[in-house]
Ligand binder design. Sequence first.
Ligand SMILES: O=C1O[C@H](COP(=O)(O)O)[C@@H](O)[C@H](O)[C@H]1O
Length: 256
Amino acid sequence: MSEASVAVHADADLLAQAVAARLLVRLLDAQADRGQASVVLTGGRIAAAVYRAVVALPARDAVDWSRVDVWWGDERFLPAGDPERNETQARAALLDQLPLDPARIHPMPASDGPVGADPEAAAARYAEELAASARPGHATLPHFDVLLLGVGEDGHVASVFPEHPVHYESRPVSAVRGSPKPPPVRTTLTLPAINTAEEVWLIASGSDKAAAVHMALDGAGPVQLPAAGVAGVGRTLWLLDRAAAADVRPRFRSLR
Ligand SMILES: O=C1O[C@H](COP(=O)(O)O)[C@@H](O)[C@H](O)[C@H]1O
């Protein structure tokens, strides 16, 4: 597990631009090292801005998108194409604009998909899909080069919410019922699965995230504040704008 590091940008727009540039470099480096790359996407407002910024960067064409695997960290359990699904958002802002291999795009099941409206069955199906791409010697999960996470005002990441029973789920993918943020039914990678990623980037923008960011970096417990329980194998990077970083202690700050 890696120590957290923090990068702060002036505002949400610059944050999105910077994360987009970092993401392209991360994918290029992974392809140089391994011949392929994998990214785990997140949902939410700053994620959508990052995706639009990736598409707008000319350097996007340096990535061989046909050799990128795309996974999701969580999903709102709704019908395919529902505008509230993280998949729908990512396809519109990012995936539909890039020459990806459709077989390497791995959305979490929709509520009208082949397993039907049963979120536990959907979670199990996604776990099977992950296991089918697992590395030799890693029975359940593929290699994730970079895993993106938004951070909720309450400190949730993916669909792991404070004090939710999902914290006690030992499988890599869990159904979530009774989410405090709509919609109430979701599927999510669990924290142990998230923490297998080589790099985890927590992205937060706006003053309404400042308290959660501060507490996560200042030693809160992961059950109370899930973002505090996140650590990539090689790197844990918090990518913030000034408003979200307002309460971060000086030892973490590298203000631009
Ligand atoms: O519901 C969710 O919220 C978080 C954060 O969203 P934001 O709009 O406050 O940035 C997101 O990261 C997560 O994937 C999503 O399902």
